[in-house]
Every structure is written in C-alpha cells, then in structure tokens.
Design a protein around this ligand. Structure first.
Ligand SMILES: [Zn+2]
Length: 595
C-alpha cells in the first residue's frame, strides 16, 4: 500500500505536490470593535520541485504584504478572480530556496468561518464571543493556507484578545485568563486546515479527569461539568477499542447556542452546542462521536470531501461502539434504529437514484457543505456494520485498530481504502467481496438490499405504549419511567400523523413537552405541534428559533412551518428576525429554502 500518492482535491487551488506547508506560526489580534482578525501567518514550506510559486487558498481576506525568509524580503503576489464558495488562489512568488513565507493580512465581515456574537447572544449577556468553524473549506476565510484535508501541518499561535476574555484553540490551551490578553498555543501533531479552530469569550475551565475537562461561560460551567462527568471513562472505552488516544488532552468547550453544528471535532478541544446539555446526560453520545473523530477523521483523514464517508461513517460506527461499552447493547440498538430512520428519510428526500446517496460523493463543482448529508454518516455506518457482521467482530476490530495505527497522521481516499480492505481484511476472497457488494454500497445510489436489520426491544415497548394510548389508555398511564431521550424520540416518530387538539393537550399537559429543557425533545415535539396546529406551542417555537442556531434543528422546523397552515410568510417573518443569530453554515442552507 503506497502512502502519499498525490490525490487531486477539487476544492483547493494549492499544488502540494510542488510546494507544501509543513508548519504555520500565527500571530493575530482579535478586534471585537471592528469584527476582524488582523495579523500575520508565517508558513514554513517544503519546495519539493524547486517551484517559483506558492499557491494558497484565500477567500474574503485582505492581503496586505508578503515577505520571504527570516529577513522578510518583500515579494510580489497575485490573487485570481474569486470563484463562488472556493474563493481565490493566492499566488506568491518565491525562490527555489525559500523556506518561510510571511503573509500580513486581515479578515473581513464576509469571512464566514468567524461568528461574532453580541453580548446578548451569550449565556452571560455581558461580553462578546467569537468562534470559528473551518470545516469544510472555511479555514481560508480566516487564514490564508493550503485548505485541503489532504495537507497536514503543525502550528503555533500567539493570539491577542481583550483582557477580560480567554482565547482557546485546537491546541494546547490555557486554563486561566491572562492579565494581558495574550495567549500562546502549540499543536505539535500535524493537522489539516479544517481543524484550525479558535474561540474567544468569557470562559472558565473545569478539569474532569486526568486528560479531560470542560470550558464554558461561568454561568454554564456547573451544568457542563455535570453533563460530561464521564468523559474520562469514554476516552478509556475508546482506547480499549481502537488503540491509544494520540492527542494527549480531550477537552470540550460549550459554545453559545448559535453554534451551527452539534459538535466539531477540533483536536484537543471539541466544540459543542449547548443543546446537548439536557441535565440528564442523555445526549452525551455526541461527545462520544467527537471523541471517535480523534481516530477517524483527525488521525486518518478523508483526502478530499468526496471521501467524507471515511470520516463520518467510521466515526458513527466508533461512536456507537463506545456507547455500547458504556451503556450496553440495548442503548446502541436504539441509536442504530434512529440512525436507520434518519437515513431512510434522507434517501426519500434526495430520491433513491440521487448521486448524493453514493458513499463516494461528486462535489467537484459545488460547495462541499451542500452535498454533505446524513448519507456519509449512516449509510457509511451500515456498510461497516455489514462488514462487522460478515467477518466477525474480532477480525473487524483487529483490522480497524491496525488501520488507524498504520495510516495515523495521513489521509485516505475511497479507492485506497477499498484496495486496502480487500487485501488486508478480505484477503482478496472474491466470494466474501461479492457477498458484501462493496462496489454497490460505495459507488451506487440507494441502499443495497443486504443492509443489516437492527431491531430495538426498548423501542418495541414504546410502540406498544403508543398503540394502547391510541386505543384510549390515558397518557398518564404510559409506562415511561425509565425512558431516555432516545425512547422519547422514537415515541414522537411513531405517533400518528393526525393528532386531535384534545390529544395534543393531553400529551402536553402530562409530559410538559413545550417546556422541556431538552432540545432534541423540543425539536421533535415542535414539528408535531406545527403539523397539528397546536397553537399553544408557537410562542415557544419562535423563542427556540430565535435562540438556537443548530442547523439540525432549524432546517426541519422551518420546513414544517413553510408547509404548514401558518405558512411561508410566518416562517420568513421569524427567519428575518433570527437570521442574525445564526452562523453562515446555517444561513447558507436556510437562504436556499427561502429563495
Ligand atoms: Zn462527525
């Protein structure tokens, strides 16, 4: 198996086969008054072919000056005409022996990786907040770099922020505020650019274990520490499966509610939405997911965004194995059944023949973020589950452990992976390969018929309760004492389409869904409320949409509103007020919907 074969990434202008960045030194200042980051980055380069140009990705950044070498001799550069979503190639004239390139730059209000929050958008309400989201190709909007998941570099950073705020990065982190607002960071393991991350806010740190801890705003830290108390156990469970944790520290930062994702697996410091703080630790599988990325994604990285399933399918599989270790098989079964339902819903929405239902994607002419659906996660997961069931868990686990070890700190594309698994796990046994239909799973649309079927006994009990309720048993007699969030989610999914106003009242009065503190339950209930015109929930729905920016919740709720009697104008009205609270990742999707 060859390593380091050049793989063409359609989403970068960089030519890493000629000149590649190996290390970066950031020296930046975060200016909350102007909403810009200003400073310089010094890239150490390896000029493999004696090229006279270094080509970087760059979007919505102002380049002020570029110099070469330790004595900073100024050089010339050019920016190509910007292409939507991809931005421009920054072409810097270098010499054969140039080893460092310094770029003086500043970001602009269009730098979409950056989300600037007003004090009112934070939990504390008094101080502003900034966080970055670089995946998939937004790192180039705050650092001119070779923005491709196939290119890795180490980094140091010096970041200056207002003195009452703390800065943290995907690197070694402070645990206390400094008096001068200057913070130093070091990431000594090579990472791809999409894992560059920075957050700045009124933060405090609470250690939870030997290698684990949590950052949050002061008013949120107790809740967060309670929710994530088992993180150290999670790391130990993950190591027990697929080998040693390579990033030394595993911390989580709880961001303000406008964070567009559930979590982002920034190395050493997972960024997480506060919507997983459910006060009953029932949504921590999201932390298991981000932790699993420390192997699948951060350690062995998809070479291009077309290979996204190598990051996410493996991570969902790994996440569920961690949860099985911690909570037992019946818990894993629930996650798997919910995942299957989500996948089938995505397939229906996209259409079974849609190319976006291939595992190997074709995102070349698009913003990769537009084609990244649940398919990579769940169809990817079910392929891996099928392989596990076909070869047996022991052989599969041994294979995975070796895979993560052998390709640690490198990137992998689908074709290399297929070759590797055929020879290493299937020993080129054609019968076995035919039985799995690897080709069909990866390069064809829809779901192959050999997809494993998983049932959940705990969900079957939920369905029995629903049937009894439909026949007239009062809601208060539903046997839900030991239900987790997952059982409730299944409950909502299996309720009849049409529910009478009296029944809606009864459910809400009995279980207080509209007042729930659990965002998953709120979102599922609100969809039902919208579809059944349960007006009492509408003020809460509006408040939720004003506050929460997580795309996973926004998209189904706005969709339900658009299709409801309340209608598109009502949805547009809320969106026009709430849009300023959302990150670009979310508005990019929602703007499409309201076009
Ligand atoms: Zn993920």
């Amino acid at each position: 198996m060859q390593k380091n074969i050049p793989i063409l990434d359609p989403h970068t202008f960089a030519k890493p086969e000629e000149v590649i960045i190996t290390h970066s030194e950031l020296d930046i200042q975060v200016d909350f008054a102007q909403h810009i980051i200003i400073g310089k980055v010094v890239h150490t380069i390896s000029n493999k072919m004696g090229s006279d140009k270094l080509i970087l990705d760059c979007k919505d950044i102002i380049i002020e000056k570029v110099t070469l070498g330790g004595n900073e001799k100024e050089t010339t550069f050019a920016l190509t005409n910007p292409i939507p979503f991809k931005g421009s190639a920054l072409e810097i004239n270098i010499n054969k022996d140039t080893n460092t390139v310094t770029i003086y730059y500043q970001t602009t209000p269009q730098s979409f990786a950056l989300q600037w929050l007003k004090p009112i958008q934070t939990a504390g309400g008094k101080l502003p907040f900034l966080f970055t989201q670089s995946e998939a190709i937004l790192a180039r909007t705050w650092v001119p770099c070779q923005d491709s998941p196939g290119i890795r570099f180490t980094y140091h950073a010096k970041v200056k922020v207002p003195t009452h705020l703390m800065a943290v990065m995907s690197a070694t982190n402070p645990t206390q505020k400094t008096s001068d607002g200057i913070y130093h960071f070091s990431m000594k393991q090579p990472i791809p650019s999409y894992l560059l991350a920075l957050a700045v806010g009124d933060l405090v740190y609470r250690p939870l274990g030997k290698r684990t801890g949590v950052y949050a705003e002061p008013s949120e830290i107790d809740k967060a520490a309670y929710e994530f108390v088992d993180m150290e156990k999670m790391v130990i469970a993950a190591e027990g499966l697929y080998g040693v944790y390579r990033w030394e520290q595993f911390d989580v930062i709880v961001l303000p509610p406008s964070f567009p994702f559930g979590g982002m697996e920034n190395p050493r410091l997972t960024f997480a939405t506060p919507t997983i703080l459910s006060s009953d630790r029932s949504l921590v599988s999201l932390i298991a997911h981000e932790l699993a990325h420390s192997w699948s994604g951060n350690l062995v990285t998809n070479a291009t965004w077309n290979d996204f399933w190598l990051n996410e399918g493996f991570t969902v599989y790994f996440e569920r194995r961690i949860m099985e270790k911690l909570e037992g098989k019946s818990y894993n079964d629930m996650l798997t059944v919910l995942g299957y339902q989500d996948m089938m819903q995505t397939m229906v929405q996209l259409g079974q023949e849609n190319e976006d239902t291939h595992l190997k994607l074709k995102l070349d002419q698009r913003d990769p973020d537009d084609g990244m659906t649940l398919i990579a996660y769940e169809k990817g997961f079910f392929l891996l589950l099928l392989i596990e069931k076909t070869v047996g868990r022991a052989a599969w686990d041994a294979f995975l452990k070796t895979y993560f070890n052998r390709f640690a700190f490198t990137s992998m594309n689908t074709e290399h992976f297929v070759n590797y698994i055929k020879s290493e796990l299937f020993k080129n046994n054609q019968d076995l390969i035919n039985k799995i239909h690897l080709q069909q799973w990866i390069y064809e649309a829809g779901l192959p018929t050999n997809c494993p079927k998983v049932i959940s006994e705990r969900f079957e009990a939920v369905e029995t309760n629903i049937r009894d309720w439909e026949k007239g048993k009062p809601a208060k007699d539903i046997d839900c004492k030991n239900w987790t969030t997952h059982e409730w989610l299944h409950f909502f999914r299996k309720l009849p389409q049409q529910i009478s106003p009296e029944q809606m009242q009864e459910l809400d009065h009995t279980f207080h869904f509209t007042q729930s503190g659990n965002a998953e339950i709120l979102c599922a209930w609100f969809k039902i409320a919208i579809n059944n015109k349960y007006n009492k929930a509408f003020p809460a729905i509006e408040a939720f949409l004003m506050k929460v920016g997580r795309r996973k919740f926004l998209v189904p709720l706005y969709k339900a509103l658009v299709n409801s009697e309340a209608g598109i104008n009502y949805a547009k009205d809320i969106y026009s007020k709430a849009r300023q609270n959302y990150h670009y990742v979310s508005t990019n999707t929602l703007d499409e919907m309201f076009k």
